[in-house]
Design a protein around this ligand. Structure first.
Ligand code: TRP
Ligand code: ZN
Length: 864
């Protein structure tokens, strides 16, 4: 087997050392010019008093910087005294004063050739920055680590009409602007934006009476699409005051929408920078899903002001300290703003499809990783989503009141500090009096725990015996037992609840018992109270019972989902398998139940994705066939549609939302159910023209897209796609949808040729990450049957594009290699083809450190 030996050094948590010099204040003057921007930095530094007296060398990180001059306390540092390499600059200890001093350096950088979108770069004529995790070193020489916190004064010079940085505006004139950020921050939160921008403004008065100016900065013409983001921002600010007691702390809060962006958004202090896709929305251009994402990402970045910015991470191993907690907070926010049950189900779908899949393959790592080569590769579902689950478990274990006390203590004790997971857990130990030693394993142990349950009923005693185990993951062959909170309910034979509560598992095997006169039906892991795979003994009848009776909405949904997963898997392996009548009847009863939220019904009538069935089959030890799964899923759709029968047209018509489009959760839920009904109707009668009719009549993007998706999925999209393109060809965000719907939904027979043709188009602007992801990403991770085409052409298509993208944008390239993370679960042919494709990428000369770390982890044989 080929091994890729990354030359870049491995960074280890165990090797952490405090900074040798502190930087308390940063004064930057940035003279903007596309090809030659000059950055003058004055750093007020001092030896770290926490370290032993003997003088240390002074070390700065720096990449792709042209050094013009350097001085300490006004004295030029001679060139021969600077050890300069591609990674930074080192000044020998004898030249460094052992008292406070001023470091001055002038560097030159070239934003217009910076296609990696890290550091200072240009996006369609606009300057912007991205410094997390280690982009500031591409702006000036600096101790680029989050435990160095400083106040910043930034002067920007240039001819852009608008020039922004963090904090408060302290002065401006023709050709310059000055900003002061009084809150000490790590350099990864630095931001600068300049260009021809317009602000949509509003204001927010904090509960202590501080008036905050709110600005959303966009390109001229995009102002009308900012309303929802502004509304979401104000609701986020109010919510953080109400629920966490956290107020905003500057005179203004700014958001900038940028078209070229590697991720979703960035929480720079007072100046959040967003992928424009998560800011701009109008009923004509954005779907209900887009609106929901905007709401949660605006909230997420805003919430970082306290969880991330005021209290930051000591080092990048502690990334989940800010990300897990902030995801948990944004999930709570969305649950409060919308339906909590529906939000929980959506979050679990996402957790399983991204994080469980990551945990099941060669990329598995702990919520707090212990080593990395490129930290950008660890902004993962495990750090974010599993990191949030761990906090949800903590809250469940200590209870909401103690959780609130612990958080108050966290803010009080650590405000202004760079912290660790140990600090975080200590506030919970202090607030609750609990010992969290065993709980802490959730942070260090990778892999998804498996939980088996055995039931017994004898002599008036009902018991449940749980056994837990976690399979080996790379570098962790042996696992220890975890603390697992299992929320449960016991139902009687009529479906009435006998009792409910939380079982706390701590041992490998643990038994719980109840005195009962008749055997109850257990509803386990309610609300998905722990991120585990629960192997429960169930048959169609048992699941249909819970689908019909469980009062916990998550488990009600879960009963149907578990059955669909299992059924599609069996149907894909045996053409003779058909859906059980109990299951279809339970779905019909659910569809008819007027007490249920339409958004919930839409989810309960939805089917797991092909990718989810692949994972489930792999878990059961079978080699999945994506084409067969796709076909089986289709057959089940038809069976469900037939089972619902006459109910379907009514479900479709009754959920037509009258009046102008509003993005609220209630209306969105009805649209989702209507779309689901249309999907089932179309599965049953693709020729009936219903999707065509909805496409033609739709006055909003949600309904237009749901119709277009069905048309594409049924191979009937040509006309609608042409019409859509004619209307929207000049709107980048909308055309991203046009690419993505084809890449992800074109049926397997024509999928590869379709994406190949799309990639040849003029408007496949592949250097733009959104466009690249809309085609290559949507195909690789959203069209399993096409990507895994038997010919291997799907793999080649993706790898060819990753090879092309890597020298331009390593971060986005590395991220998309994760589509190959499942290669080991397939039969020999696919497995070999996927591995060969990865090896082809691995063999590229000058492969980036980002991509080379990923392919080396993907290919290494140290995996289960
Ligand atoms: N901290 C950001 C968030 O979670 C995400 C982020 C990390 C990011 N690195 C980035 C965004 C690089 C853009 C580019 O909100
Ligand atoms: Zn974040």
């Amino acid at each position: 087997m080929a091994r890729v030996d990354a030359e870049a050094p491995v960074i280890r948590l165990a090797d952490y050392l405090p900074p040798t010099y502190l930087t308390d204040r940063v004064e930057l003057t940035v003279r903007l010019s596309p090809g030659a921007t000059r950055v003058r930095a004055r750093l007020h530094m001092r030896p770290n008093p926490a370290l032993p007296e003997d003088p240390h060398d002074l070390h700065f990180e720096g990449r792709a910087l042209k050094l013009i001059s350097a001085a300490i306390d006004g004295q030029t540092v001679p060139r021969n005294a600077q050890a300069l390499d591609g990674e930074g600059l080192r000044i020998p200890a004898e030249l460094v004063p052992q008292r406070p001093f001023v470091w001055e350096a002038e560097t030159e950088i070239s934003p217009d050739t910076n296609t990696a979108l890290e550091g200072l770069y240009m996006s369609r004529g606009m300057y912007c920055t991205q410094c997390e995790a280690q982009g500031f070193r591409k702006i000036t020489f600096f101790p680029d680590r989050p435990d160095v916190m400083a106040t910043y004064k930034v002067r920007i010079e240039g001819d852009a009409p608008v020039m922004l940085s963090n904090g408060n505006l302290i002065g401006s004139g023709p050709g310059w602007a000055e900003w002061e950020d009084p809150h000490p921050k790590p350099c990864y939160l630095f931001a600068l934006v300049a260009g021809d921008l317009r602000a949509v403004e509003d204001s927010f008065t904090t509960r202590s009476g501080r008036e905050v100016l709110l600005q959303i900065w966009v390109r001229p013409g995009d102002e009308p699409r900012c309303g929802y983001a502004m509304d979401a921002l104000k609701r986020s600010m109010a919510w953080d005051e109400e629920v966490y007691g956290r107020e905003y702390d500057l005179d203004r809060f700014m958001i900038v929408a940028v078209d070229d962006f590697n991720m979703g958004a960035m929480e720079n202090k007072g100046l959040n920078i967003f992928n424009s896709k998560y800011v701009l929305a109008s009923p004509e251009t954005a779907t209900d899903t887009d609106y929901a994402f905007i709401e949660s990402i605006i909230a997420h970045e805003y919430f970082h002001n306290w969880t991330g910015n005021r209290i930051t991470c000591r080092d990048w191993f502690q990334l989940c300290l800010k990300e897990g907690l902030t995801v948990f907070r944004d999930q709570q926010f969305s649950a409060d703003q919308r339906s909590a049950a529906v939000k929980r189900i959506e979050d679990v779908i996402r957790l399983r499809s991204a994080q469980f899949r990551e945990d099941a393959g060669p990329l598995a790592h702990p919520v707090r990783p212990e080593e990395y080569i490129e930290i950008n590769n660890f902004y993962t579902a495990t750090v974010y989503e599993k990191g949030a689950e761990v906090i949800g478990m903590l809250r469940r274990l200590v209870g909401p009141e103690t959780y609130a006390k612990a958080l108050d203590l966290y803010f009080q004790r650590h405000d202004g500090e760079a912290c660790t997971i140990e600090d975080w857990l200590k506030v919970f130990e202090d607030a609750s009096g609990r010992d969290l030693t065993q709980f802490k394993r959730w942070y260090s142990q990778a892999g998804t725990p498996r939980l088996k349950v055995r039931e017994s009923f004898e002599a008036g005693e009902y018991s449940l015996t749980f056994s837990q185990s976690t399979p080996p993951t790379p570098g962790q062959p042996v696992k220890a037992p975890l603390v697992i909170p299992v929320a449960y309910g016991l139902l009687d034979r009529e479906g009435a609840e006998i009792e409910s509560g939380v079982l706390e598992l701590t041992n490998p095997v643990q038994r719980f018992s109840w005195a009962m006169t008749e055997q109850p039906v257990p509803s386990l892991l309610r609300g998905f109270s722990a991120p585990v795979i629960l192997e429960r003994p169930s048959d169609a009848a048992g699941r249909a019972f819970l689908l019909g009776h469980d009062s916990d909405p998550f488990n009600k949904w879960e009963a149907g989902r578990a059955h669909a997963l299992d059924l599609i898997g069996r149907m894909s392996r045996d053409a003779g398998v058909t859906a059980e009548p109990e299951y279809l009847d339970a779905l019909s009863a659910l569809a008819e139940d007027d007490s249920l939220d339409p958004a919930f019904k839409a989810l309960a009538l939805g089917l797991p994705s092909v990718e989810d069935v692949i994972s489930a089959l792999a878990e059961a030890g079978h080699a999945p066939d994506p084409g067969a799964i796709h076909a089986a899923r289709r057959r089940l759709e038809v069976a469900i549609a037939a089972g619902l029968g006459e109910m379907l047209p009514a479900l479709y018509q009754d959920n037509d939302v009258p009046g102008p489009y509003l993005p609220d959760a209630a209306a969105a839920g009805r649209r989702a159910l209507r779309a689901r009904a249309l999907g089932l109707l179309t599965a049953l009668e693709p020729e009936a023209g219903r999707a065509e009719a909805q496409f033609a009549a739709a006055d909003n993007m949600t309904e237009r897209m749901s119709a277009l998706s069905l048309l594409v999925a049924h191979g009937r999209g040509a006309e609608a796609l042409a019409e859509f393109e004619a209307v929207w060809s000049s709107d980048r965000l909308v055309m991203d949808k046009w690419f993505a719907v084809q890449a992800s939904l074109t049926p397997p027979e024509t999928a590869v040729e379709t994406v190949q043709a799309l990639a040849r188009r003029q408007d496949f602007d592949w250097k733009n990450p959104n466009r690249f992801r809309s085609l290559v990403g949507a195909f690789a991770s959203g069209n399993a049957a096409g990507f895994h085409a038997e010919s291997g052409a799907g793999y080649d298509f993706v790898i060819d594009w990753l090879i092309r993208l890597d020298p331009v944008n390593p971060q986005t390239t590395a991220r998309l290699t994760t589509a190959f993370g499942t290669w080991r679960v397939f039969g020999a042919e696919r497995r070999d083809a996927m591995r060969a494709a990865l090896e082809r990428l691995a063999g590229q000369p000058d492969l980036s450190k980002d991509a080379s770390e990923m392919v080396s982890r993907l290919l290494t044989d140290d995996t289960p």
